[in-house]
Unconditional design. Sequence first.
Length: 143
Amino acid sequence: MTDEIVKELVERINQELGEIPRVLARMNESWELFRRSNDDHFIDAVALNLHGFYLGIERILTHVAETIDGNLPRGENWHLVLLEQMMTEVPKVRPAVISTKTVMKLDEYRRFRHVVRNVYTYNLDPAKVEKLVSSAPARFLEQ
């Protein structure tokens, strides 16, 4: 792997890492508006930003899988396989990118992403949305 390829990977990852705090901030703002008004239209915005948060993380992992591993999973459950791939060390190539604990947390967002894409937003359960909002990693907001 050339230095140029590594540099491009780092740039793509840093670009995603720069966007994630914005998405989480918008999610938190929309959640606060929902809490104050009880207007469930704000849940739609929260859900969209939770979806965006997970997609940002997934894009980072996809970049690693394609560039470092040379192997992006395919098939119906490729999103879950990607998480599992990233928690597994590839000997002589890379260490595990994320821990088992992180996979479990990210999998909640992955499943929610699926719900957002396949269910009308007026059917979203605010209690389930709140759980995801409250467990979103605050460290992204500290950047």
